[in-house]
Write a protein that binds this ligand. Structure first.
Ligand code: PLP
Length: 398
């Protein structure tokens, strides 16, 4: 975990993010000049002498505790997140669950944002509840008013901004400031923005979580979670990660690192194409509203502009009210957009959703069926043409 291996370039705090993405965590001369850190498979690590063995002098001690492949990837992520250390987990959801288990004890209270990724809620409502930890859900628009929901035993506040599926922007610095003043740990699921477009630690958040499955992996071929933390929170995450025996395979670490090297250029394209499609949709007669914080008309736009360095390719829109069969015709007509969960890969995706199915603290009153899109790396004119012909099929089915 954590990791000291870094190229000279990666260690230089003056470098721009796009440069760090390329250089951080690599040390080619350590591996006979090969550009990428090799995939090192191994459990047992041999010591050269009895003295080295009993005094734990080796750089590595045992496969579960890290190897050159995982260490190199952790060092790259640490340089981007700017925290005290990074832990890798086998999925985004396990990064969420491990982080919460690291900072909460029986009898504690957790404030969870109502717009969190749905399986995060299920973990709280089932596992944390069984362990005697109470979760209550708060309005994502709470900002500094979060103070009103804090109880004597509130130990953690969990954020996700923009919100899953509906893209409400949270005032992260305001919430983090209230929490810090009261000694409450803050955690954020920062998967949408990635550490390239939003830096949770700079905004005062203790634990920054990524589903590396999404943009870091970037190719729909990997499940991965990353946890970056600062101060006392890093000590807790590091200890819990180690004692629970959480590891990822060196192959998955290498795939994560490979995705990371092209992240800046991919995100830039997802951002621009996504915004172009969002603007195009906003002008369509079939669409009631587009939920995308980079649109100037979006209620969260001012916060996005203040806090974020960019937008990515995931957003939603609300259709004007149409019958189910017309929605089905729209989805079935799509040829370039795949129908599937997850996102962050190079390919475009579409799913229907309904937040009323699970939210408890905030209403979900919308004008019609809701659709989430992931805009991939295809030519944007082709994507618009695909949506255009799907709208035509939708009309024909009404
Ligand atoms: C996908 C996702 C996760 C979970 O990642 P997995 O690797 O599928 O477990 C967590 N949070 C957000 C916001 C996600 O989109």
């Amino acid at each position: 975990m954590a990791g000291g291996s870094e190229t000279k370039a990666g260690a230089n705090a003056e470098l721009q993010t796009a440069t760090k993405v390329v250089h951080a965590g690599r040390d080619p001369q350590r591996f006979d000049g090969f550009v990428n850190t090799p995939v090192v498979r191994g459990s047992t690590v041999l010591s050269a002498t009895y003295d080295d063995l009993v005094h734990h002098r080796g750089r590595y001690s045992y496969g579960r505790r890290g190897n050159p492949t995982t260490e190199s990837f952790e060092a790259a992520l640490k340089a981007l997140e700017g925290g005290d250390g990074v832990a890798l987990t086998p999925s985004g959801l396990s990064a969420v669950s491990l982080s919460l288990l690291s900072v909460l004890d029986a009898g504690d209270h957790l404030l969870m944002v109502d717009t969190a990724y749905r399986p995060t809620r299920t973990f709280c409502d089932q596992v944390l509840k069984r362990l005697g930890i109470e979760t209550s859900y708060y309005d994502p628009l709470a900002g500094a008013d979060i103070e009103a929901f804090i109880r004597g035993n509130t130990r953690a506040i969990f954020l996700e901004s923009p919100g899953s599926q509906s893209f409400e922007m949270q005032d992260v610095p305001a919430i983090a400031a209230v929490a810090r003043a009261r000694g409450i740990t803050t955690l954020i699921d920062n998967t949408w923005a990635t550490p390239l477009y939003f830096k949770p630690h700079a905004a005062g958040v203790d634990i920054s979580i990524q589903a590396g499955t999404k943009y870091i992996g970037g190719h729909a071929d990997l499940n991965l979670g990353t946890i970056s933390a600062v101060g006392a929170a890093w000590k807790k995450v590091s200890a819990t990660h180690g004692t629970m025996g959480i590891t990822i395979s060196p192959d998955d670490a290498a795939l994560g690192a490979r995705g990371l090297r092209t992240l800046a250029v991919r995100l830039d394209r997802h951002w621009r194409s996504g915004l172009e499609v969002a603007e195009w949709l906003a002008a369509r007669p079939e669409v009631s509203r587009v939920l995308h914080p980079a649109l100037p008309t979006d209620p969260g736009h001012a916060i996005w502009k203040r806090d974020f360095a960019g937008a990515t390719g995931l957003f939603s829109f609300i259709l004007k009210d149409v019958p189910d069969r017309a929605v089905a015709a729209f989805f079935d007509a799509l040829t370039l957009f795949g129908m599937g969960y997850s996102w962050g890969g190079y390919e475009s995706l579409a799913i229907p959703f309904n937040c009323a199915d699970y939210r408890t603290a905030t209403p979900w009153d919308v004008e019609g069926p809701a659709v989430r899109l992931h805009i991939g790396l295809e030519d944007v004119a082709d994507l618009k043409a695909d949506l255009d012909q799907a709208f035509a099929r939708m009309h024909a089915a009404q």
